[in-house]
Design a protein around this ligand. Structure first.
Ligand code: NAD
Ligand code: DAU
Length: 378
């Protein structure tokens, strides 16, 4: 079936993996990557697919209502996969307004443009879909507990029947009340409410997913894993917030992209699905794995970079633990993460070490010239 989809935020970390997957897997679809190219957008992430006939890049702000509406009408768009957002918690603490503008007003702009475009068609919402990508951070923070009387992590059994290591007995499930703490998660929570309100009020065919921490290639090096890999490589300090006791639930980015593909095509309208790998790590333990892996792959003796660990002032309002229960997605749609964490980390570290030019382009700021070179000066 032919379809025309807008993927917003396709030049960012997760968006670029989603664009690549859809462009390669569905040659019969037209994929429009709509991205403003903020500091987080890097078209070099999509070098391998930028010349494919079913791919088009449009530089646009999701807050530009006239622009988005015209694009949706002109291109006869029948699906939106919405990833564009301000995504870094530390930046949201310094500059909350930009987060409210992009994450809330930008999402509302897209919703209204989709509604106006689709309700004017004879078939209306038939065959249409608005897929909003959200985060587990909207649920707030979980406790670290040790009910078994042993120091966490302990082995627990998810409702899917899978055994895994966990730092507590409570998990984020789809029916939990939202309790966001940071300006980032408050803005994402607000955007989720608008998406659901457009379904409940106007019947817009929406689906929402809330995913845990992603890692993998092309992540902007302000986030823990790429920042620390790059710092270890250059012998620079590793700023560990607080005591490094916070727990995050890590998922390889391509597994998230596969889940998005599945849910876009098979997920039920108006449903929410949590996406996560049942893979909890205390920051300091994860950092030690990163140090060991980078040192090994660089041929350094074990322990070479341990001294780089530097405990710094904690992040304000730092959420203690995130842990996603993705049983619903596993049971209803049969999705499973494909990679074990050790494999994923090894693959990720290798990618950053093998793609130092990508990293240097980002850290020097040169990546921001890519659009001019590729699209304006050609
Ligand atoms: P990112 O910061 O790497 O990329 C964001 C992209 O959005 C960039 O390409 C940027 O240019 C674009 N963008 C920002 N503001 C825009 C605007 N006003 N108009 C158009 N484009 C704009 O983000 P990411 O980590 O890839 O996250 C993508 C989405 O997934 C976000 O919605 C985020 O909340 C969500 N999410 C991320 C994670 C994670 O671990 N990274 C986990 C769960 C959910
Ligand atoms: O849970 C999903 C979320 O994961 C996404 O919604 C966000 O977009 C994404 O940025 C990520 O948020 P986190 O705040 O968890 O990711 P970050 O990489 O910034 O930090 C991971 C953990 O590491 C967190 O506990 C803070 C800590 N940290 C981070 C940085 C950048 C440090 O100790 N030092 C650092 O320098």
């Amino acid at each position: 079936m032919k379809r025309t989809l807008i993927i917003t935020g396709g030049a960012g970390f997760i968006g670029s993996h989603v664009v690549r997957l859809f462009v390669n897997k569905y040659p019969e679809y037209r994929i429009i990557n709509l991205d403003k190219l903020t500091y987080a957008g890097n078209l070099a992430n999509l070098k391998d697919i930028e010349d494919k006939p079913n791919y088009k890049f449009v530089k646009m702000d999701i807050c530009d209502f006239e622009g988005v509406l015209k694009l949706m009408q002109d291109e006869k768009v029948d699906g939106v996969i919405h990833l564009a957002a301000e995504s870094h918690v530390d930046r949201s603490i310094k500059d909350p307004f930009t987060f409210a503008k992009t994450n809330v007003m930008g999402t509302l702009t897209l919703l209204q443009a989709a509604k106006l475009t689709w309700e004017a068609l004879p078939e209306k919402y038939e065959g249409k879909r608005f897929y909003h990508i959200s985060t587990d951070e909207v649920y707030g923070a979980l406790e670290i507990t040790d009910p078994a009387g042993v120091e966490p992590p302990f082995t627990t059994k998810a409702s899917s029947g899978r055994h895994h290591l966990a730092y507590g007995t409570a998990f984020f499930t789809e029916d939990l009340k939202y309790q966001p703490h940071s300006p980032y998660s408050a803005a994402k929570a607000s955007s989720d409410h608008f998406v659901r309100a457009y379904h409940d009020t106007y019947g817009l065919p929406v689906v929402v997913t809330n995913c845990s921490n992603n890692y993998g290639p092309y992540q902007f090096p302000e986030k823990l894993i790429p920042l620390f890999i790059n710092n270890i490589r250059h012998g620079k300090p590793l700023p560990v917030y607080g005591r490094g006791e916070n727990v995050r639930d890590w998922l390889y980015v391509e597994d998230h992209a596969r889940a998005i593909d599945l849910i876009f095509h098979k997920g039920k309208v108006a449903e929410t699905y949590n996406i996560g790998g049942f893979n909890e790590w205390k920051n300091i333990d994860l950092i030690k794995v990163l140090i060991r892996t980078v040192d090994r792959l660089l041929g350094n003796p074990e322990g070479t970079s341990d001294h780089l660990i530097t405990y710094v002032t904690d992040r304000a309002g730092h959420d203690l633990r995130y842990a996603i229960d993705s049983t619903k997605l596993q049971k209803e749609l049969g999705w499973e993460p494909s990679l074990q964490f050790e494999e994923g980390i090894e693959k990720t570290v290798r990618w950053y070490l093998d793609n130092q030019a990508w990293m240097d382009n980002v850290t020097s700021g040169d990546y921001q010239k890519y659009y001019d070179d590729m699209y304006l000066n050609r």
